[in-house]
Each structure stands twice: as C-alpha cells, then as structure tokens.
Design a protein around this ligand. Structure first.
Ligand code: NAD
Ligand code: MG
Length: 394
C-alpha cells in the first residue's frame, strides 16, 4: 500500500473479460486502487487505451511484434513499455506492487503467477489453469513464501466467503454450482452437430471464449473441482457439483454438523473480483442487486455425466493426481482452440482429452519441470489427434 492508502495492483491479462471488469472496479475506486501494471497478449489498441486512461507505471505486451506500436503510442507519457513472455514474469515482481491479479487465460498464466508468488506478492487468482496444471507446486511455493492466494472464480470465492469466521470448524464437503451451460436441456446425440456460435452463447455469464466453451462442455466445472481441491485442501469425494441454472447461488459449504452455508448474488464477476482485491473488507458497490420478485424459483438438478463426459474425466484426473490433471488441461486447451477454429466437432473435445489421458505418461510426484514437459508432450499428442480429425484436411 502506498502512502495515500491506495493498493497498487498488477492486472495480468487486463484486456480480457476479468481484466476489463477489474478495471471497472479501479475506475470506481481511484482512491483505493491504482493499476500499476497492465498486460496483454496482442490486443495492443486496447492496452494503449487502458494505459492512457489508468496511467500505470508500466505495460507489457506478450507479442513482441507489437512492442514498437505500443511504445510509440505511449512515448509522450511516463509509462514504461515491455514486451515478450519473460517481461510478464519481470513486471509482476516490481517493488511497488501490492497485489497481482492473475487473469491470463490458460497455462500461459502459470509462469507470471509463479514469479509473483516467488516475489512474495499476494495473488488474486482467476487463472484456474495454474492450479489445475501445477497445484502441488504452486500451493507449496505459496506456503513457503507465506503468500496468500485469494480466489476470484465465483464458485471458489463463494466457498471462501462461506468459510469466513469458521476457522477450526470441519468441512464435510463443498457443493460447486454450475449453470449447465447452453446445452443443459439437449440430448447427447444432438450435441454432435452444435456449432461454435451455439457453444459461445452462455445463458448467464459473458466471459472469454475459452472458458465459455469450457462451460458448454462442463470441463470448466471439472477444472474447478481440481482448483477447489488445491485451494481448500479437499479430497475429490468432498467436492460435489450441482446444476443450478439461474446462477444465483454461487456455491455452498456443508459443515460436519450438517449445516450448509451458501453465498448468493447476481451473476456478476465484479463481486468476486472486488472481494479478492479488498479481502477481508467489503467495499460499497453500485452493481445490480438481486430481486426476489424476478426469481420466483431457484432450481437444482444433478449433472448428466454421460452427456458431459469432461466432468468425469476431470474427476478421474484429480483422483489419479501427479501429472494427469496437467494432461487433462493441456489436451483441453488444444482441443478447445481446434474447436474454435472449426477443426474438430464439439463432442471431439472430450474425445481428444480422453485419448491424451490414456496415452499420457504419468509422473507421480512431479516437480515444475515435469509439469512443463508434460504440458509440451500432451500438446503434441493433442495436436496430432486434432489433425487426424481435422475436417478440412484432404
Ligand atoms: P479472456 O480470453 O477474456 O482474457 C484473457 C487475457 O489473457 C487477455 O488479456 C489476453 O491478452 C491475455 N492472454 C491470453 N493469452 C496470453 C498469453 N499467451 N500471454 C500473455 N497474455 C495472454 O479470458 P477471461 O475470460 O478473462 O479468463 C481469464 C481467466 O480467468 C481464465 O483462466 C478463466 O478460466 C478465469 N475465469 C474467468 C471468468 C470470466 O467470467 N471471464 C470467471 C472465472 C474464471
Ligand atoms: Mg467459475
């Protein structure tokens, strides 16, 4: 915190869905938050626009070919410009940063999150893939460095909020809620022909493309089961999933006396982002409020794990442990990308993941190198599988 009591934050992935919503919060509380670092993959125009509005200490763009363009646009301003993947790991370590918001999508967010923890920076974690891929390493490192990881994912924020004031009380299980995505009411056979446009229509949330597809396959909930296991030190059998199509209850915790606590609110990611940025304080907001009259029914149903195969695969990966969740994640990232490029069909996403899990060499007590090797190896296998099924290939 600087002398004026403002928290300086690094927003990794500031041009994305989480990043831009975090900047909405900064905009609403200029006295409490300062965007010290902003980063993007390749959306140079938005990064420049954000830099001109928020005047960070520095910006970093992962795509090096955009360096000159960003540098020139900001040359008259006192804003440092860096480029390349390594720069992302350096900027998170700056002395002036109080908290890092990890909002890059996919394993691309792993290295900068690790660099932030190594530098002793508290992390508000949206990038669930970091924990799925290398949860053992990341949580051990955070413990060693005495660094807190605050969940941003709405379900994990809900669990975190339900646990407040319950120190020492035993958790029997947690229940993660899922909207069920756009295909909740369709039968499995009809999913063979769904398009990218169908899958990108999420009923309740507006998010980046990758997580929106993950929500349609329900791999997102699978990744969240693994994420919750690491964040709250829970066994797979202590984490249940229930479909709740209205997305008003964001998740629940059942304690060993049988009592269940739930956290509710409108499906608005700015609430969990803000909670993570200001924990343990709640800051007044003008976000839309829940109206009981508008929601006469909150409903629940159990997920169809036959239709949503990804959910079963994620559970299996978690139970196997070691590098298997890393295989699951890498195969899924490649398959989702191939689906978004119309190279494979919707149901083939889970097929690619399952084939990679069957082929993948399992390392039982992996270190960071093992996770990174496993990621590279799995991507190669998954790419080959996508090529074989690529409908555009002659
Ligand atoms: P997004 O695609 O909208 O944004 C991703 C951001 O990461 C962008 O700023 C992009 O420039 C940056 N980025 C992408 N690839 C990069 C790379 N190789 N190197 C450096 N930067 C890169 O994604 P999002 O929806 O904001 O999701 C971000 C993370 O938050 C994901 O892990 C997602 O699972 C998680 N999350 C998102 C939501 C949501 O509502 N969007 C909710 C819960 C969790
Ligand atoms: Mg979530």
């Amino acid at each position: 915190m600087n002398r004026q009591g403002t928290k300086n934050i690094a927003i990794m992935g500031s041009t994305g869905s989480i990043g831009t919503q975090a900047l909405d919060i900064v905009r609403a509380h200029p006295d409490l938050l300062q965007a010290e670092v902003l980063t993007a993959q390749n959306n140079a125009d938005l990064l420049i626009k954000q830099a001109l509005e928020f005047e960070p200490n520095c910006v970093a763009i992962a795509d090096k070919s955009k360096y000159g363009y960003v540098k020139e646009a900001l040359q008259k301003h006192d804003i440092k410009v860096y480029a390349g993947a390594d720069a992302l790991c350096q900027v998170v370590q700056m002395d002036t940063i109080d908290l890092v918001l990890a909002a890059i999508v996919g394993i691309a967010g792993l290295n900068s999150t690790i660099a932030a923890i190594k530098a002793g920076k508290p992390v508000a974690l949206a990038n669930k893939e970091t924990l799925v891929v290398a949860g053992a390493f990341v949580t051990a490192l955070a413990k060693e460095k005495g660094v807190n990881i605050y969940p941003v994912d709405s379900e994990h924020s809900a669990v975190f909020q339900c646990l407040a004031g319950e120190y020492g009380n035993k958790v029997e299980k947690i229940i993660l809620t899922a909207s069920g995505g756009p295909f909740r009411e369709r039968d499995k056979a009809s999913l063979a022909s769904v398009t990218k446009a169908d899958a990108l229509k999420h009923p309740n949330w507006t998010m980046g493309a990758k997580i929106t597809i993950d929500s349609a396959t329900m791999m997102n909930k699978g990744l969240e089961i693994i994420e919750a296991g690491w964040l709250f030190a829970l066994k797979p059998e202590q984490i249940e999933v229930v479909i709740h199509p209205q997305s008003i209850i964001h998740s629940l915790v059942q304690f060993h006396d049988g009592s269940i606590k739930a956290q509710m609110g409108m499906p608005d990611m700015r609430i969990p982002i803000q909670y993570a940025l200001f924990y343990p304080n709640r800051i007044a907001s003008s976000f839309p409020r829940f109206d009981f009259g508008a929601y006469p029914k909150l409903t629940f149903e159990l997920p169809d794990t036959e239709k949503f195969r990804a959910l079963t695969l994620a559970r299996e990966a978690m139970k196997t442990g070691g590098t298997m969740p890393c295989v699951l994640n890498a195969a899924n990232e490649v398959a989702v990308d191939a689906f978004l490029k119309d190279r494979i069909s919707f149901l083939q996403i889970a097929e690619v993941v399952e084939s990679c899990m069957m082929k993948g060499a399992q390392v039982d007590k992996p270190g960071l190198e093992d996770f990174l090797n496993c990621d590279t190896e799995t991507r190669r296998t998954a790419e080959r599988l996508c090529l074989q099924t690529d409908t555009r290939q002659p």
